[in-house]
Design a binder for this molecule. Structure first.
Ligand code: 6PG
Length: 461
């Protein structure tokens, strides 16, 4: 009998199946797409069994069955679940490893519970390579079901620099997919920040692709060490297959999306979470499609301060932390609203290797939340408060420089405004409240006494 099953054998599913097999567990693989099963059959041995029917697959698995469904999010997941329900026994575990919306996962979790089946919604990050060599895993659902699959997931997962697995129990219902959604929102934010740094370097500082590649590579050796910084450098060095140019110069500047970052924003709106950088990153992708492209190319000919590149590095580090701070802020608000107990140091650990946003900063985030420390905001932690104090002038300088050059910086400006606001005791919302009360008698609270107040604004006094 096989210890683990995988349904859906396109690159992600196939690589995850091979990953499990490579760690010594026996695996069955099934797909409704016969050529995918044929492709897996090339690796067949006593630990890897390709299956061609639902029944063959389900009957090959030891109980409680542990089945990873690795297919396109949406209806196909519901169809697969409906196929499986009559074939499974009470206590069996279905794991959805796709980028499913957490609301769907909540619904499926409760539906399957009625059938006596466990449902784990598991965020998987790291792309095709990660799937094979070690992804970051974010499983949510019943703890007892997680404990059943934990020995396998722990082996499969990426390992941190000090050898800990990038997987842990996230929380009930759709908490795992929620955390993956937040991961992706932060992914959008950090990618947008990197694109703005690139834009300032090329248009204001007139750096070549090679020079920028070297700068990103240098940053990757220090505080900014991160997968997305590393690949920014590699992208800038890549030659084109079709011309003698660098490929980056021929890639159409329209950003696509499958939408997981957008979902984070949708839920932030429900929760009232001020995730401004993520919001701007989502909207910047829309803007890249909506821009009319009728203007003149920007090439700033004014003076460039000697410390611009140094400031960009410092500003990028601070802006990257703002993206993380906003992610954790939304997680904190979601945990309260959805009654999930989330383990923040464990979430940071899950992201320390294997996933797209893995970065040295995550080790500091794990420390910030260690020992049950409760933070309303990551910048309350002394390490991050220190970075903010030290790097805020650089962020201000970069935004000012970009504005002078006419270069848009939606995410950098949002990061700056977030930091100027988040600990600010005198934001001007009193004016908004006054106007609401003026035109609609919406009432207001006072800063000097309890209770709800309304002013008769029109009366002549
Ligand atoms: C990951 C990625 C992965 C994928 C996103 C890209 O963690 O491995 O986040 O899930 O690359 O789907 O998202 P967009 O297509 O929305 O940019």
């Amino acid at each position: 009998m096989q210890q683990f099953g995988v349904i859906g054998l396109s690159v992600m599913g196939k690589n995850l199946a091979l990953n499990v097999r490579n760690h010594g567990f026996s695996v069955s693989g099934f797909s409704i797409d016969k050529p995918e099963v044929d492709a897996l059959a090339k690796y067949e041995d006593d630990k890897l069994k390709p299956c061609y029917t639902w029944e063959e697959f389900v009957n090959s698995l030891e109980k409680p069955r542990k089945i990873l469904v690795q297919i396109m999010a949406g209806d196909p997941v519901d169809q697969t679940i409906q196929k499986l329900i009559p074939l499974l026994d009470k206590g069996d575990i279905i794991i959805d490893g796709g980028n499913s919306n957490f609301n769907d996962t909540n619904r499926r979790y409760h539906e399957l519970k009625k059938h006596g089946l466990h449902f784990i919604g598991m965020g998987v990050s790291g792309g095709e390579e990660g799937a094979l060599h070690g992804p970051a895993l974010m499983p949510g659902g019943d703890k007892e079901a997680y404990d059943e699959v934990a020995p396998i997931l722990t082996q499969m997962a990426a390992k941190t620099a000090d050898g800990r697995a990038c997987v842990s129990y996230i929380g009930p219902e759709g908490a795992g997919h929620y955390v993956k959604m937040v991961h992706n929102g932060m992914e959008y934010a950090i990618m947008q920040e990197i694109s703005e740094v690139y834009d300032i370097m090329r248009k204001a500082a007139h750096k070549s692709n090679q020079e920028m590649a070297d700068i990103f590579a240098e940053w990757d050796k220090g505080d900014l060490n991160a997968y997305l910084i590393e690949i920014a450098s590699k992208v800038l060095r890549q030659k084109d297959d079709l011309t003698d140019d660098d490929v980056i110069d021929h890639i159409l500047n329209v950003a696509s999306y499958k939408g997981t970052g957008n979902w984070m924003l949708e839920d932030a709106i429900k929760l009232g979470a001020p995730i401004t950088v993520v919001a701007e990153a989502v909207l910047a992708r829309f803007m890249s499609k909506a821009t009319t492209r009728e203007g003149k190319e920007i090439s700033y000919q004014g003076e460039v301060p000697a410390d611009l590149i140094d400031n960009l590095g410092k500003a990028m580090y601070l802006a990257q932390i703002v993206a993380y701070a906003q992610g954790f802020q939304q997680l904190t608000m979601a945990a309260k609203a959805y009654d999930w107990e989330l383990n923040y140091p464990a979430i940071a650990q899950n992201w320390e290797a294997g996933c797209i946003i893995h970065a040295k900063t995550l080790y500091h985030i794990e420390d910030a939340y260690a020992d049950g420390k409760q933070l309303d905001n990551l910048f309350q932690d002394p390490y991050f408060a220190g970075v903010m104090e030290k790097n805020l002038p650089a962020l201000r300088a970069v935004v000012k420089q970009a504005a002078a050059a006419g270069i848009p910086t939606p995410s950098f400006s949002a990061a700056l405004n977030y930091l100027e606001s988040i600990f600010n005791p005198s934001l001007p919302a009193n004016m908004i409240q006054a106007q609401r009360d003026y035109f609609g008698a919406h009432t207001y609270y006072r800063n000097d006494r309890e209770g709800v107040y309304h002013t008769e604004w029109y009366e002549e006094k």
